[in-house]
Ligand binder design. Structure first.
Ligand SMILES: Cc1cc2nc3c(=O)[nH]c(=O)nc-3n(C[C@H](O)[C@H](O)[C@H](O)COP(=O)(O)O)c2cc1C
Length: 455
């Protein structure tokens, strides 16, 4: 049974309300930090915890905090990234919906560490009902004296606002988010300067994911050293995973990092195995942006080691044989799933969501979508597969923000691991046009028609 840090209290009846949250130890980290720690001591504690950003990139949170410019005399800001638009990822919503005061407590303790007096939660526009839950919780926190002027009589002031997002995936990229928060179109900025130097209104700003901020109260209450004991190696602590697809128990899970993929996938405590006992075909461990892996690379790495739910193990072997933990959007496919259709679906999303600033992304995502669409609809040409490979390789690394990479990686991985499936689409268009593939005829059974995998 994994230790619970974030969701431990989420099922307590009434925990959404301030009274119940407080009765169950809520806001203790604010008391401890403000009354007995300096801001820099809080930063050191978070550094010691080894906590890595839960928004996808896994950058160490304490280190990021230590970059914030406290000497310029400019106001500082903490911005919570609650934009959560990555397909397959729905863990931040769960946390904010069921235990909103944990995020608010984390925002206060973290803002204190950064010596910020004005902070924001930027929430995905479609999460309107969660926005309302947060608004109510913030109102309660103000009424109880945890926000506003002279908090707990310590002289520390903090105002916290929830800002409803612009309704675009790109607004989750931290600099686009800052632009959007400033009231502009959410176009990513060129870095450097990084937000820690020049962020919101050119002030030093830290942008952190909901889950990263929600881990801070536990770290402050229990020490960073205790947090670092949970997990394995450089993957410390717990992680929220949103699981979907052909599994028996989809949902949001809090796991200790280091759990094996096998146990997560198959034990009744977690996903409970494949629905209808059908064979496992592929999985995406970290949301639509990360590479898909075929069945033979899911439970074991290419070296034959157990694949673990850690940053390191999931990326073992680089993109040739690994993927990424990413945002923890765990999507599972059985043998009836069509990888080409899935890849086209993801590409459609990235094309729609590209902000259009950089030509390789603006044009390239459109081409990816177009070529995938014709292959998926039985109009593909043999050379289209190499064309797809070429297009994705020209997007990756050639854009201001990583949305271009996010669009390229799923296509590259699908071709790398499932090229024969693309070839099948091209060579048997009638089956494809009749939608007679995979759903009625699992791919394993038709693989011989395509021949040997070529990549
Ligand atoms: C296109 C795009 C979308 C993103 N969406 C999110 C998001 O919804 N939530 C999030 O926390 N990070 C998102 N990120 C990552 C953020 O830019 C940033 O790295 C993150 O908020 C930092 O928080 P962390 O260090 O706590 O992970 C996105 C990045 C890109 C390129």
């Amino acid at each position: 049974m994994s230790k619970k840090i974030l969701l431990e209290k989420a099922s307590i009846p009434g925990i959404k309300t301030y009274e119940v949250y407080r009765q169950n130890g809520g806001y203790a980290s604010v008391e401890k930090a403000l009354k007995s720690m300096t801001p820099d001591e809080v930063v050191e504690e978070v550094k010691a915890s080894g906590l890595r950003g839960r928004g996808g990139a896994g950058f160490p949170t304490g280190l990021k905090w230590s970059f914030i410019d406290k000497k310029s005399g400019k106001p500082r800001h903490l911005v919570c990234n609650a934009d959560e638009s990555e397909p397959g990822t729905f863990k931040d919503r769960f946390l904010m919906e069921y235990i909103p005061h944990l995020l608010i407590e984390g925002m206060i303790t973290s803002s204190y560490a950064l010596e910020a007096n004005l902070s924001y939660i930027y929430i995905r526009g479609e999460y309107m009902w969660v926005y309302k839950i947060l608004e109510r919780a913030i109102k309660e926190a103000y009424a109880a004296g945890w926000l506003g002027k002279n908090i707990l009589g310590t002289g520390y002031n903090l105002d916290l606002y929830v800002h409803c997002g612009g309704g675009a995936y790109i607004c989750g990229e931290e600099t686009a988010l800052i632009e959007s928060l400033e009231g502009k179109r959410g176009n990513p900025r060129i870095k450097p300067p990084f937000p820690a130097v020049s962020g919101l209104w050119s002030n030093p700003t830290v942008v952190n994911n909901v889950e990263s901020i929600a881990a801070v109260p536990w770290i402050v209450n229990n020490t960073g050293a205790e947090y670092a004991k949970i997990g394995i190696g450089r993957s410390t602590g717990t992680k929220l995973i949103s699981a979907s697809g052909h599994i028996k128990n989809p949902g949001v899970y809090e796991i200790e990092l280091g759990l094996s993929v096998d146990e997560f996938m198959n034990s009744d405590e977690y996903l409970g195995g494949m629905i209808d006992e059908r064979p496992l075909k592929a999985f995406v461990p970290g949301g639509s942006s990360v590479p898909v892996l075929p069945a033979n690379l899911i439970y074991k790495t290419a070296n034959g080691e157990d694949r673990l739910m850690t940053y390191e193990s999931l990326s073992d072997g680089g993109f040739a044989t690994g993927s990424m933990l990413g945002s923890g959007g765990f999507i599972v496919y059985n043998d009836t799933a069509c990888i080409v259709r899935n890849t086209w679906n993801f590409s459609r999303f990235y094309h729609h969501e590209s902000c259009g600033q950089c030509s390789p992304c603006r044009e390239g995502t459109g081409w990816l979508e177009k070529v995938l669409h014709r292959i998926e609809n039985g109009h593909g040409r043999e050379e289209d597969i190499d064309l797809l490979w070429s297009i994705q390789s020209k997007i990756e690394g050639n854009t201001i923000c990583p949305l271009g990479d996010a669009a390229a990686w799923p296509v590259a991985a699908a071709i790398r691991h499932f090229r024969d499936e693309f070839e099948y689409h091209v060579r048997f268009p009638e089956k494809i046009k009749n939608r007679d593939h995979f759903v009625n005829e699992p791919f394993e059974k038709v693989r011989h028609l395509v021949g040997k995998q070529t990549v």
